[in-house]
Design a protein around this ligand. Structure first.
Ligand code: C2O
Ligand code: CU
Length: 464
């Protein structure tokens, strides 16, 4: 049976089969890559500044785009050319626990000079990314990350498929990366917010489109801590996937596309047909520091006068649907941080009994990646986690090894019940997520503001 056939068969039964586990696309063989993590140089900022010394994959920031068809088996041989240990985590992929890239928990660290072979199947199509899970704040913050695209058998028709990996760097006057990783203030407040935002490793100025062009824009937030809230001006972006998982196509609320660290959004954008159109994309998440990110500029002969009427919805991935009425319910509470803790000490920071954490998950600040699970989830059962952000800061909470539905916020059902692997929680917000715990192993759940993760905001969920 060809992939086209299986997809057609699927499309014709979508409505009836929504709750059934869908058969993944047929395996289309093996796709192999090599990846070398090592120091390098990148031109993040234009002349007259110099190049920036970075750590990166295959000599570039971002690292190479890894691409493979849905249903394929991906193998990546990661060579460590750094002077320090590393691992690679395949963010958002549902893969076997041993391939998850969490040092000490799922594999030994890859020592300098060593190579580790990752290999796993790709059940879900979508926009994913990869990054180290070892001293993540410094390793990701110095430039180690890249996009991983799992291609649909029949993607929606567009003129161009574009990836924007967003990052936020803290650079010195000499365009070097500021070495103050792990600063107490960053860890206890909003994380390491930088001063230089790049798209695909470059401070952007203009992005050229043909008048009337339709693009699929895959946004990936690789920043340590910066949250983006992108305003596309007069354009009407339609969201077709969040964190790689298809969602009912919709215009974002108030036209703003919000992306916490590690989060992705796939957009359909139609450039106006006028030959001289120019649209500023702005980021206003931190209102006191709103700025123009990039201008979209129409150049060349118009492709068409008005937007095409091509369908934009993606076929769903084969995710198991949680049974919400029978689900086992759990509570997770996040506390800590400056000015937000229930216990105020000294500078207003909450410390645990070891005095080494600013953030707590169910009362525990994690040290390193190995600790007793805060919860054991029965395998193949449906679970609802009610998560409470009892702090004064935003937190993008990421669960490994599973995608989950975002069911409610502050008790109100979410309009799209989107599948995600990372959910952004506002200060004092309560969010319910639901999923089938079908992937056995010990999985991290942590804040993807990497300074918060480093300062305790991380825990293990066991699926057994
Ligand atoms: Cu993208 Cu546990 O990480
Ligand atoms: Cu956080």
């Amino acid at each position: 049976m060809s992939q086209n056939f299986s997809r057609r068969a699927f499309l014709s039964t979508t409505a009836a089969a929504a709750a059934l586990p869908l058969v993944p696309a047929l395996a289309t063989g093996q796709v192999a890559y090599g990846l070398r993590a090592a120091p390098g140089r990148a031109r993040l900022v234009p002349e007259p500044w110099g190049e920036t010394p970075v750590w990166c994959y295959d000599g570039a920031v971002p690292g190479p785009v890894l691409r493979a068809p849905q249903g394929a088996r991906l193998s990546v041989a990661v060579q460590n050319g750094l002077a320090t240990d590393t691992t690679v985590h395949w963010h958002g992929l549902r893969l076997p626990n041993a391939m998850d890239g969490v040092p000490h928990l799922t594999q030994p660290p890859i020592r300098p000079g060593e190579t580790f072979a990752y290999e796993f199947d790709l059940p879900d199509a979508g926009t994913f990314w990869y990054h180290p899970h070892m001293q993540s704040a410094e390793q990701v913050g110095r430039g180690l990350y890249g996009a991983l695209i799992v291609e649909e058998a029949a993607p929606p028709r567009v003129d161009r498929d574009v990836i924007w990996v967003l990052d936020d760097w803290r650079l010195t006057q000499e365009a070097a990366i500021s070495a103050d990783f792990g600063a107490n203030h960053d860890q206890s407040h909003a994380g390491r917010i930088g001063n230089t935002v790049t798209i695909n490793g470059r401070v952007p100025d203009e992005f050229a489109l043909r008048p009337g062009e339709r693009i699929r824009l895959r946004l990936i937030n690789a920043a340590n801590a910066r949250i983006f809230e992108l305003d596309f001006g007069d354009l009407d972006p339609r969201i077709i996937a969040l964190d790689g998982q298809p969602v009912t196509p919709h215009s974002p609320e108030a036209g703003l596309v919000t992306l916490g660290p590690a989060m992705r959004a796939d957009l359909i954008l139609d450039m106006p047909g006028a030959p001289d159109a120019r649209i500023s994309v702005t980021d206003g998440f931190y209102p006191q520091a709103a700025y123009r990110l990039v201008d979209l500029v129409a150049e060349g002969a118009p492709l068409r006068d008005g937007p095409p009427d091509w369908p934009i919805a993606l076929a769903p991935n084969p995710l198991p649907e949680p049974d919400l009425s029978g689900a086992i319910r759990h509570e997770i509470t996040f506390t800590g941080g400056a000015m937000g803790g229930m216990v105020m000490q000294g500078m207003g920071l909450q410390m645990d009994h070891r005095g080494n954490g600013f953030w707590f998950v169910n009362g525990v600040a994690a040290e390193g990646h190995v600790h007793d699970p805060i919860l054991t989830l029965r395998r193949d059962a449906s679970h609802v986690l009610r998560m409470t952000n009892a702090t004064g800061f935003h937190h993008p909470i990421h669960l490994h090894g599973h995608s989950f539905r975002v069911l409610s916020r502050n008790g109100i059902a979410t309009p799209h019940r989107e599948w995600r692997d990372t959910v952004l929680m506002a200060p004092r917000e309560q969010v319910e997520i639901g999923f089938v715990a079908d992937n056995p192993g010990d999985w991290m759940i942590h804040c993807h503001i990497l300074e918060h993760q480093a300062a305790g905001m991380m825990a293990v969920l066991r699926v057994a």
